[in-house]
Design a binder for this molecule. Structure first.
Ligand SMILES: [Zn+2]
Length: 197
């Protein structure tokens, strides 16, 4: 077994150790309260760890699948997608939204019939990944698989096999129903101010 393999406990530890997954009392951008906060960018601050996670993600894909190209939606998917592409030594491109429409800019191209692996950081509803899949197909490519760091559990349908490294369904609730508030535990809004250790 190759030394870069990671088991599920090691993957979860990687997120927790880098504060990409935090436990506490949080006000999410939706306004709902939760005991868990996810910020994937924190794990991606660490290039070697990101490479390790990317390598593990590619090992979960069937070896029978040939991949010509890796594509990710900007901005969140770019770092992980780049690492995934590096792990399998394939080219990498990313898509961007222009006036809300997913598109390939920067002269990025998908060769006719190319087998494309889609890589994303966090899949919540899966909307961006669905849009990249459609974009790749519209450009004549085949979406052969999707990988992500975290799947938030929406069970999206992509029309290709999906391999998340970590499945994580986190509960959230309205402030009025928040036991953590009732216990008087200090709340943090991660998007608007720094979280204290
Ligand atoms: Zn609360």
């Amino acid at each position: 077994m190759n030394e870069t393999r990671m088991n599920d406990d090691e993957i979860l530890a990687a997120f927790k150790n880098t504060d990409a997954i935090r436990k506490g009392h949080f006000k999410l951008t939706s306004g709902r309260h939760s005991d868990t906060y996810i910020q994937c960018a924190r794990v991606l601050e660490h290039p070697n760890l990101t490479m390790k996670l990317a390598t593990e993600a590619t090992r979960r894909i069937s070896s029978r699948i040939d991949i010509d190209l890796v594509a990710s939606p900007a901005v969140g998917g770019i770092l992980f997608g780049f690492a995934v592409a590096a792990a399998i030594d394939k080219p990498f491109i990313f898509s961007e939204r222009v006036d809300g429409k997913m598109t390939f800019r920067r002269s990025f191209e998908v060769a006719q019939g190319a087998n494309v692996l889609i890589a994303e950081d966090v899949v919540t509803t899966g909307g961006s990944v669905v849009d990249v899949c459609e974009l790749v197909r519209a450009n004549g490519g085949n979406v052969v698989a999707i990988v992500s760091l975290i799947d938030r559990g929406a069970e999206p349908t992509f029309g290709a096999p999906y391999y998340p490294l970590l499945k994580l369904q986190t509960p959230s609730w309205e402030e009025a129903e928040c036991d953590l508030c009732k216990q008087g535990i200090e709340i943090y809004s991660p998007g608007s101010r720094r979280i204290n250790k």
